[in-house]
Design a protein around this ligand. Sequence first.
Ligand SMILES: Cc1cc2nc3c(=O)[nH]c(=O)nc-3n(C[C@H](O)[C@H](O)[C@H](O)COP(=O)(O)OP(=O)(O)OC[C@H]3O[C@@H](n4cnc5c(N)ncnc54)[C@H](O)[C@@H]3O)c2cc1C
Length: 300
Amino acid sequence: MQVPAHFEYQRATSVEDAIALLERYGPESRIVAGGHSLIPMMKLRLAQPELLVDINNLTDLAGIGVVGEELRIGAMVRHAELLGSVVAGAHFPLLHDAERVIADPVVRNRGTVGGSVCQADPSEDLSAAFTALRATAVIEGSTGVRRVPMREFFDGPYQTAVGPAEVLTELRIPLSCSATLAGSSSAYLKVDRRAGDWAVAAAAAVVQIDRDSVVTEVGIGLTAVGARQFVAVEAEDHLRGRQLAGEHIDEASRIAEQHCNPVADQRGPADYKRHLAGELTRRTLRMAAARADLAIAGRI
Ligand SMILES: Cc1cc2nc3c(=O)[nH]c(=O)nc-3n(C[C@H](O)[C@H](O)[C@H](O)COP(=O)(O)OP(=O)(O)OC[C@H]3O[C@@H](n4cnc5c(N)ncnc54)[C@H](O)[C@@H]3O)c2cc1C
């Protein structure tokens, strides 16, 4: 059985306390949230922190709710809580689409939203979801609070804008593409080898259309196919100002397929993943369009 190397453990009493502990112990200290990514890495000795700072008691990092024009999701919100959140699902159906296919109930009961995006695994489902939604990360350190758009959050695999002595406290999603507004909706689709597995590929789509079905805003996220910041910017640019239908969706999907950069691994060859990126982009756009059309027609 694999066991981690020796480490110290401290339970933070506040966000400020967590930051102070991280500063005091330096880069060899790490936050532990759900522990579902960090602990397996420690067991494999891929991570060997000298101190774990446990943030599970920090109620400041809990909760989901609308404040002003944003949906706020605390970093310590568990996957299961997001999946069960009526308010999150009503505004952004893709959050429920994505959460439904993340791992299994054991992982979803423990793993957190903040841990998922801070882990920055290229196959993490919520990264593409939040970048498609143009969410903002709220990051706190000893010098204050800063906000980083999710489209600038990832510095590469397993690396993010969160500094060694900083805490991600919240994710904020603008309500401008909320599914409660006529003409807006979203969707997430994933291909995995078996239920609960990591993605072979997945796509997120967020659309806002006018009464003529012309795209006024669009977000396209891609998981596990090497898209920079998990976004298909070129495909988004193609769709904006065009009708969300037939040939334009097909062309956007072709562009998404062309601009991603998958690598072959145990989940499949690169060409297969590239094909999936295009096909899933097409299907999520159609699904989001159908949901938005229904909203315009007043049928949902
Ligand atoms: C068997 C299994 C299957 C899985 N399948 C999937 C899947 O299909 N799709 C998917 O998306 N994910 C999957 N996951 C990952 C799961 O979603 C984890 O919950 C997630 O990756 C990490 O969340 P965590 O809270 O456990 O983070 P932890 O493991 O506690 O932390 C992960 C990293 O983030 C840092 N961190 C955590 N919180 C913060 C914070 N607030 N501020 C700053 N840094 C922070 C930690 O220091 C660490 O570096 C799977 C995990 C397992 C074990």
